[in-house]
Each structure stands twice: as C-alpha cells, then as structure tokens.
Write a protein that binds this ligand. Structure first.
Ligand code: HEC
Length: 134
C-alpha cells in the first residue's frame, strides 16, 4: 500500500512538472501566426506551384541550389526580385508571371520577410531552449 502511494506521488509530481513546463513554454511563444491576406495566400500557392522551394529555402528549409529567400524582400527590394523573376539567370529559369501573380508572389515574400530572420547568427538562444529573434 505504501508503495502505491509513493508511485502515485512520483507520478503526480512528474505530471505537474510536465504540465507546468509545457504551459511555461507555450504560453509565451516569441512568434504568433496570424491569418494572412488572400493575396499572400495566393503568393504562397504560386510559390508551391512553381516549385521555388526545389532550389530555395524559407527558414533554412528547401533546396540548396539558390539562396534562402526568407529575407530577400528587405535585402533586395521588390524591383530587384521582379526583374530577377522576369529575366532569370543561367542557374534560375525566368518565370513569365502575370502582373497579378507577380504582385501576389511579392506579397508572400514580403510577408515571410516580416515573420522573422532566417540567419541563425541573428538568433538569441534562451535558457529554456527556445530562441528570440531581433
Ligand atoms: C532551378 C532552380 C531554381 C528555381 C526553381 C527557382 N530559383 Fe530562384 N534562384 C536560383 C538560383 C541558383 C539563384 C541564384 C542565382 C545567382 O545569384 O546567380 C536564384 C536567385 C533568386 C533570387 C535572387 C536572390 C538574391 O538574393 O540574389 C530570387 C528573388 C529568386 N531566385 C526567386 C525565386 C522564386 C520566387 C522562384 C519560384 C517562382 C524561384 N526563384 C525558383 C534557382 C532557382
């Protein structure tokens, strides 16, 4: 009987610790995702349809032929991106997008640019394992 009480006590302690720690971690996530505009959603669809991620990463995930594009919008600006997509280069095909699709893709790139920084050197690790971005 005494054994059962000890096991129950240990289990309850671990459960409380687990729930407390989970609450602590998830109650204050550094990044909250809100709903995106239909234009941004369309841009993401185009990103998938044209398979940009075969060669590019977003947040470090994707292909490695081209550079990570998470922050390309603030690094290069919309005119540069527009020109790059219309003309292409040796290693990247030109994409002949309509004006509406181009705007949507730019809106998507602007949106992911605002969601954080892809460069891990910018991350500030916190004591409990999560990161904060500048
Ligand atoms: C076949 C592989 C491939 C695909 C598919 C591809 N790209 Fe690229 N992209 C590249 C490569 C390689 C570069 C780097 C070229 C260079 O700088 O000479 C690049 C560069 C870029 C750049 C300029 C980045 C910078 O900082 O200079 C942008 C913007 C870009 N791509 C957007 C896109 C978008 C949007 C799509 C999808 C519609 C796409 N790419 C699809 C290979 C690809």
């Amino acid at each position: 009987m005494r054994f059962d009480t000890t096991i129950t006590g240990v289990f309850a302690t671990l459960l409380i610790a687990f729930l407390g720690y989970s609450f602590y971690l998830y109650a204050d996530l550094p990044q909250q995702n809100g709903p995106v505009s239909p234009q941004v959603a369309q841009g993401k669809l185009l990103w998938q349809q044209h398979n940009c991620s075969a060669c590019h990463q977003v947040y470090g995930l994707g292909g490695y032929l081209g550079p990570d594009l998470t922050n390309v919008y603030s690094r290069r600006g919309s005119d540069f991106i527009r020109g790059f997509l219309q003309a292409g280069v040796n290693t990247m095909p030109a994409f002949h997008l309509s004006e509406q699709d181009m705007e949507a893709l730019l809106a998507y790139l602007k949106n992911i640019d605002q969601s954080g920084n892809a460069d891990p050197r910018q991350f500030i690790p916190q004591t409990y394992g999560h990161i904060v971005q500048r």
